[in-house]
Structures are given as structure tokens and as C-alpha cells.
Design a protein around this ligand. Structure first.
Ligand SMILES: N[C@@H](CCC(=O)N[C@@H](CS)C(=O)NCC(=O)O)C(=O)O
Length: 201
């Protein structure tokens, strides 16, 4: 399997952390590619020109990150990262959706603040997306007991999203007033799967 990736993409990191946690990291080759420049190598596999894109051995490709994670979680014999059924399954998928939503907002803010010319910046849009992130963080802080002690796609996604807020600073210092969430993240962030997949400084 080949994972078309970029070093800073948090969606890629989610997949990479899962690979380490399930012991499949040696079975996937990583090839760096820039989705923003729409290279044929990537668009041939994924017309959306986005990373992560997973190319399977027979040539089929899979995207986006939730689909790739689901595929990889069925390719190992260890404990499932996505529970098969029941409330636990919906909890993990909901947590992934919330974390991916935080990332979507953070990337929109990054584009608006750092990529768009200053005179075209839309503050209303930036603040809307920041409020969405802040509400999500408050919810996570209020429910942090449900995250403690778990290693699955829900907690992986959450930890990766919080780390991305540190990388890009979409809402400034997010830890203030959220001590429990900060403590949970600090503990999760030292797992080998997280330290080995940290983006370059
Ligand atoms: N929903 C997608 C989002 C992937 C995504 O936004 N990837 C970004 C990098 S962080 C990308 O490749 N952007 C290139 C583009 O939009 O042209 C997933 O979960 O995989």
C-alpha cells in the first residue's frame, strides 16, 4: 500500500497514528505530494487532489481519511480502532466527525489569514469558524471523562485535531480554562504513535 501524504496534513497524521497503533506502519509506504499544485500523480488517484490518498496494491485508491481509517482497521487482527457496532461505534464516529470538523474550520482559518491577501480577508467568516472550534473545545472539555483511557479512532482524531491547533494557532491558546482537556491531550500526545508522526517544526 502507498499513502500519498504531506508532512503537515492533520488528516494524514490521523491515518499515520492509526497505522502505528494497529502495527501496520511497516506495511504502508509514504510518498510526499502537494495536493495544492494538482499533480497528475495525485489527481489520477484522487480527482479531488487531496491527501491522504491510499493506493492499494492492486491499484485502487481510497479517500478520504475516514474511509482510509475504516479500511485499515479491517486489515489487522488487533483490537478494533472503530467498534463494530453499538453505542461505542457511534461515539467513536461522532468524535472523529467533531475532530475533523475542527480541522476543517482550522484549515479554512489558515487559508483566510495566511494565504488570502489581507485586503480580501473576511473577518466575519474567520470569527464564525473560530466560534465553531471554541464551542467544540468546550464540549470536549465537558466530556473529557469519556476520552480518558481509550485508544481508538475517536481519541486519535481528537488528539490530532488539538495538536493541529497548536501547529497553526487557529484560535490562539486553546488550553485556557480547559485544564482537563489540556491534561488529557498532554498524556495522549506522548504516545509513540503521536511523537513519531509529529509534523516537522
Ligand atoms: N476530508 C478530507 C480532507 C483532506 C484535506 O483537506 N487535505 C488537504 C491537506 S490538509 C489537501 O490535500 N488539500 C489540497 C486541496 O484542497 O487542493 C480527509 O479527511 O481526508
Amino acid at each position: 500500500m502507498l499513502l500519498r501524504h504531506s508532512h503537515t496534513s492533520p488528516y494524514v497524521r490521523k491515518v499515520a497514528v492509526l497505522l502505528h497503533e494497529v502495527g501496520l506502519d511497516e506495511q504502508v509506504a509514504f510518498e510526499t505530494i502537494d495536493g495544492w499544485s494538482e499533480p497528475d500523480l495525485l489527481t489520477d488517484d484522487n480527482p479531488l487532489s487531496m491527501v491522504p490518498t491510499l493506493v492499494l496494491d492492486e491499484g485502487t485508491s481510497l479517500y478520504d481519511s475516514p474511509v482510509i481509517c475504516e479500511y485499515l482497521d479491517r486489515a489487522h487482527d488487533g483490537p478494533r480502532m472503530i467498534p463494530e457496532n453499538g453505542d461505542a461505534r457511534w461515539q467513536v464516529l461522532r468524535e472523529q466527525a467533531l475532530a475533523d470538523g475542527i480541522l476543517d474550520c482550522a484549515i479554512l482559518i489558515f487559508m483566510e489569514t495566511l494565504k488570502r491577501p489581507a485586503e480580501k480577508r473576511w473577518d466575519w467568516w474567520i470569527e464564525l469558524k473560530q466560534r465553531a472550534i471554541l464551542r467544540s473545545l468546550d464540549m470536549l472539555d465537558g466530556q473529557v471523562d469519556t476520552l480518558v483511557g481509550r485508544v481508538d479512532l475517536g481519541t486519535i482524531s481528537t488528539a490530532v485535531a488539538l495538536s493541529y491547533l497548536d501547529l497553526r494557532g487557529a484560535v490562539g491558546e486553546w488550553r485556557g480554562g480547559r485544564d482537563r482537556l489540556a491534561a488529557w491531550h498532554a498524556e495522549f500526545a506522548v504516545r509513540p504513535s503521536m511523537t513519531k508522526t509529529a509534523p516537522p517544526a
